[in-house]
Design a protein around this ligand. Structure first.
Ligand code: ZN
Length: 290
């Protein structure tokens, strides 16, 4: 199954609440996923809005994910760490209320510590968070995102190691970030195959993919840019997904948000048409190509 959506409220949606964004995603964009962004500080969502999100997404088959605030350092200590854990937990509680599948967070920074020590700290803190999830009966998966800058913790290998060590934690595959961090490493089919090969041991049934174009230099991301302006091609990725029948959700986190989500959709449908020889395709219907 393929799901496609954007990170946050669509740019072209006049209403600026998550509720507005969700309805727009269904009615105007005809997409089937959305990642709610709690990225500006600690986000408060009224129960009524969370309930609406849960009901509407369920009725209309839209998969929800949640992104916790950006500044989180699970490799830190003291007050910074406590705040980080609290941000993840409050995002997760809201994600649970909304019936979201994943709460996504950035892992943290190396700071003064070695990579090994940072890894240990982050694993320890994620276990703490998972214990709290258990206590509060939070069923949402905790997704840790790959990061696009070398000085920040979060290569694909590091995220996989964390996921191997903490139950309930899954990698969020930020393809733009991986591309930047590997200095343009995602160009050909075999490059994308390698990404899926690396996460294979985790036996994931579903992959949450973040997609954007990126401007980068020496393995460091500068900006997110529109997919078409970047140098990471979509087609080889889509081919790998269709050939292996991977269950994926594409979340566009490009500055064009929903415009690039719709672009992803068109590319997926083009790939389906190429396989069926027909002039029409729907990204939700893969029955003819499996
Ligand atoms: Zn992120």
């Amino acid at each position: 199954m393929i799901r496609i959506g954007q990170a946050g409220i669509p740019l072209s949606c006049k209403g600026r609440t998550n509720k507005d964004g969700l309805v727009y995603t269904k009615q105007i964009l005809d997409l089937n996923a959305m990642e709610v962004q709690f990225v500006r500080g600690l986000y408060i969502m009224e129960d009524e809005e969370a309930e609406f999100m849960a009901e509407y997404s369920k009725e209309n088959d839209i998969e929800l994910h949640v992104h916790a605030p950006y500044y989180i350092n699970l490799g830190g200590s003291g007050e910074e760490l406590n705040l980080s854990i609290e941000k993840v937990l409050s995002s997760a509680r809201l994600a649970q209320k909304m019936g979201a599948k994943t709460v996504v967070t950035h892992p943290g920074y190396y700071g003064e510590d070695s990579e090994k020590k940072t890894m240990k700290k982050i694993i320890k803190n994620l276990k703490k968070i998972q214990n709290q999830f258990k206590k509060e009966k939070i069923k949402v998966k905790l997704g840790i995102e790959t990061m696009g800058k070398k000085k920040v913790f979060g290569s694909l290998e590091e995220i996989i190691e964390i996921s191997n060590n903490v139950k309930g934690v899954i990698p969020v595959i930020g393809l733009g970030h991986i591309h930047a961090r590997t200095n343009g490493g995602l160009k050909k089919r075999e490059n994308f195959e390698e990404v899926f090969q690396l996460v294979k041991n985790l036996r994931l049934k579903h992959y949450l993919l973040h997609v954007t174009g990126v401007l980068y230099e020496d393995g460091n991301e500068y900006y997110h840019i529109p997919i078409k302006k970047g140098d990471m091609p979509l087609m080889p990725l889509i081919d790998v997904i269709l050939d292996n029948n991977y269950d994926v959700t594409f979340i566009s986190e490009s500055p064009l948000l929903e415009h690039d989500a719709v672009y992803i959709r068109l590319q997926v449908e083009k790939a389906i048409m190429k396989r069926t020889g027909k002039e029409e395709a729907d990204y939700r219907d893969l029955s003819e190509i499996l």
